[in-house]
Ligand binder design. Structure first.
Ligand code: GTQ
Length: 339
């Protein structure tokens, strides 16, 4: 039968010829299907100020500007597997307590006096802090100081959507009741000890990773001088009770580049969302070089060649779906041969 006729015949019975789509289903290598988009700090802030005039955190439930990849417009996706957004809370506002299947991670960008309460324990937010909300845990956010508080949100929403496994519910009160003192989980699980009888699970019991501690760790390692030729010094956030990623679907990293770094080109299968915390980073993706400054957020498409350069020292936060790719045996990385 002729190809068009065959396709139509099969289509009537909800079937299709594999040979017409095979290479699309099993590509020779990952395709470039997303853009290396950048959201500049100044643009984020200008649009956020407009959003703050337009709606309260309470009315919005979450006052968030979704960071959309132009190649995935309208789907609330920064990459094929990652949702990213910028959230702001004005002094006195509350983002009311709710829970959902999607896990969230946050990088605090600006403002003092912000807090989030996760599962009955409140943490105070400081710039550069990394905070997680594991799947299904009740969380509300607020700003009790004089400043607006802003942060980068990363969620595994596209994964939950792919699996169509999402549930959500509202808390009984806008601000959940506190059931543990601040610092409780860090003392219990992140002091090099764990409570006797503690059962490890898929998510980290620790949900606050202060920037001051992470930065101090990088600076201590810098004294040993063992920089990677492509990545500088790169640490990943862990569940201290297992060593695994704090969230099973997403990994988060903090890395330090020394001054005058000229990194080797490399690529990895996991697309990442990056945000400069301190300093300036020149990022070259697929031959295009852009200077990233603090608060700029950008996408590193999976399997695209990238390299990093600095003039002064720079700290970069990033997150990706690497734990999923590793669990499935998919993750690959490659470094360019030194010239
Ligand atoms: O803070 O709970 O960016 O539920 C998107 C959905 C943040 C949150 C987002 C959310 C949240």
């Amino acid at each position: 039968m002729e190809a068009n006729a065959l396709r139509e015949t099969l289509s009537c019975d909800n079937m299709a010829p594999l040979w017409e789509v095979l290479r699309g289903l099993t590509p020779r290598e990952p395709k470039q299907v997303i853009d290396p988009v950048i959201w500049r700090a100044a643009t984020i802030r200008a649009n956020m100020d407009i959003a703050c005039e337009s709606i309260s955190a309470e009315d919005a439930e979450r006052r968030v500007l979704v960071l959309e990849n132009p190649r995935l417009r309208g789907r609330s996706m920064a990459t094929n597997s990652l949702y990213a957004g910028i959230q702001m809370i004005l002094p006195g506002e509350t983002a009311p307590a709710h829970r959902h299947t999607a896990s969230a991670l946050r990088l605090i960008l600006s403002g003092q006096g912000g807090f989030t309460t996760v599962n009955g324990e409140r943490v105070e937010m400081a710039r550069g802090d990394f905070i997680i909300t594991p799947s299904g845990e009740l969380h509300d956010h607020g700003a009790d100081g004089p400043d607006p508080v802003m942060w980068l949100d990363g969620l595994d929403v596209p994964i939950v959507q792919l699996l169509n496994a999402g549930f959500s519910a509202d808390g009984a009160h806008e601000r959940q009741n506190l059931r543990r003192p601040t610092g409780d989980t860090v003392a219990r699980y992140a002091s090099g000890l764990v409570p006797v009888g503690h059962q490890t699970g898929p998510v980290s019991p620790v949900f606050h990773y202060p920037y001051a501690r992470a930065k101090a760790a990088l600076e201590q390692l810098a004294k040993a001088d063992d920089w990677d030729g492509a990545e500088g010094l790169k640490l990943r956030y862990t569940d201290p009770t297992t060593g695994r990623s704090p969230i099973p679907s997403m990994a988060a990293f903090l890395q330090l580049f020394p001054a005058d770094f000229k990194g080797q080109a490399f690529r990895e299968t996991d697309a990442a969302v990056g945000c400069v915390v301190e300093g300036t980073l020149r990022v070259t993706i697929s031959g295009q070089t852009t200077e990233m400054r603090p608060g700029d957020v950008f996408v590193l498409p999976g399997w695209a060649w990238r390299s990093f350069e600095t003039t002064d020292a720079c700290t970069l936060f990033s997150f990706s779906d690497r734990p999923l790719q590793e669990a499935l045996g998919f993750w690959r990385a490659e470094k360019a041969q030194a010239a």
